[in-house]
Ligand binder design. Structure first.
Ligand code: ADP
Length: 365
């Protein structure tokens, strides 16, 4: 059986059409493959770009999928330990129903994080977290300072209130002293009352000086005479504690320009510290000299001195090693020195014991 020439012809045409279509299909496939490659490169690029943006964000970002598994995390989130699906879940639960933009504070690995949660397409959740540890520390400090300032005002008001009746007590004590001049036993008891009143007065003056801004009222006075007067005033404290007061030479008047009330408080603070440092008794030696445009008070005692471990801190407010100390004495000495344009310091001494200097400009004496 021979083939019909008409059939052969139509077969040939069909084959040729098939070839043409195959060619077109191959070309279309090649074009599609190229397009797919281009899109995939583009996708990779935008993925890299997005990761770059995510990684360089200063806040932590965590994205979880619809089932709650973590899908995306940036470097900051890994560093802060916030790359945790449970944390995102808990934050989302707590913030749900709250207005958009609401944030939540959470302690994570010793840091304080401020968290925000937002829904994203595909049932995803985006959590952002900022490290606000330092900010929160500063806020807590500011709140503490506010409370302290309030307490300072209260302390100052109380100190003023206590000072008035105390002044009255001191006057009556001195009147009683005269009345009881020949009753030695009662006088001795009165001495204890008087030194108690002095101690209260001393603490109150420290509180008032600490809470107020020290503004010296400068006047010219004999510093050596002031030292002698204070030694006389504090003789009860010295006697009771078996601490021998010594005025180191040179003698004779030395006129200075300063606030005598403040200098008096400096000397009293030094006396109180020297007495406290020598519970078995000892000595307190004070001198005042003028050299090179400066007036320098030196205070020495025979106590154990100040250990190297606390030297740096003794002038800090509230630093104390005493059970009932307020830690205000030396900080006030320092404050007064500065208010006079001078300084206070602990100086090394050859022997045991502490030696302090209080040095102020001599202001043309
Ligand atoms: P406070 O007397 O209430 O403790 P201060 O500011 O006057 O406060 O003193 C701070 C600390 O410095 C004292 O607790 C003590 O440890 C130390 N210090 C001060 N003066 C002396 C001293 N003369 N000898 C030894 N230590 C001292």
């Amino acid at each position: 059986m021979s083939a019909n020439p008409g059939d052969i012809e139509s077969l040939r045409r069909a084959l040729s059409r098939l070839e043409t279509s195959t060619g077109a299909l191959t070309r279309a496939y090649a074009a599609l493959t190229a397009e797919a490659a281009r899109l995939s490169t583009e996708l990779e690029e935008s993925h890299r770009f997005l990761s770059g943006v995510m990684e360089s964000l200063p806040c932590a970002v965590v994205v979880t999928g619809a089932r709650g598994a973590v899908e995306l995390v940036n470097a900051e989130a890994r560093e802060l330990g916030a790359d945790d699906a449970a944390l995102v879940r808990a934050a989302a639960a707590e913030l749900s129903g709250r207005p958009g933009g609401a944030r939540l504070l959470r302690a994570v690995g010793g840091r304080t994080l401020s968290l925000a949660v937002r829904p994203a397409p595909g049932g995803r959740t985006i959590m952002t977290a900022e490290d606000v540890t330092e900010l929160e520390r500063l806020r807590a400090g500011a709140r503490r300072a506010e409370r302290l300032a309030g307490a300072g005002g209260l302390a100052a008001a109380m100190a003023h209130e206590i000072r008035n009746p105390l002044g009255g007590m001191e006057i009556f004590i001195s009147l009683l002293r005269r009345e009881l001049a020949d009753d030695a036993d009662t006088l001795a008891m009165l001495g204890h009352v008087a030194s108690g009143a002095q101690a209260i007065n001393h603490v109150i003056t420290n509180v008032l000086m600490f809470t107020g801004e020290p503004r010296p009222a400068f006047e010219r006075f004999d510093a050596r005479r002031l030292l002698r007067e204070i030694f006389e005033f504090a003789h009860g404290i010295f006697e009771k504690n078996r601490v021998a007061p010594r005025l180191a030479p040179p003698e004779g008047p030395l006129f200075v320009h300063a606030d005598p009330g403040m200098v008096r408080q400096v000397i009293l603070n030094m006396i109180h510290n020297a007495v406290a440092a020598q519970p078995e008794g000892g000595f307190f030696e004070a001198s005042v000299t003028q050299t090179g445009g400066r007036v320098e008070f030196r205070f020495a005692d025979g106590g154990p001195g100040v250990g190297a471990d606390i030297r740096e801190r003794i002038f800090d407010p509230f630093f104390t090693t005493k059970d009932s100390g307020a830690g205000l004495g030396l900080s006030i000495v320092n404050q007064i020195a500065r208010a006079h344009g001078g300084f206070a310091d602990l100086v090394d001494s050859a022997g045991p014991g502490a030696v302090f200097v209080f040095s102020i400009p001599s202001r043309g004496e």
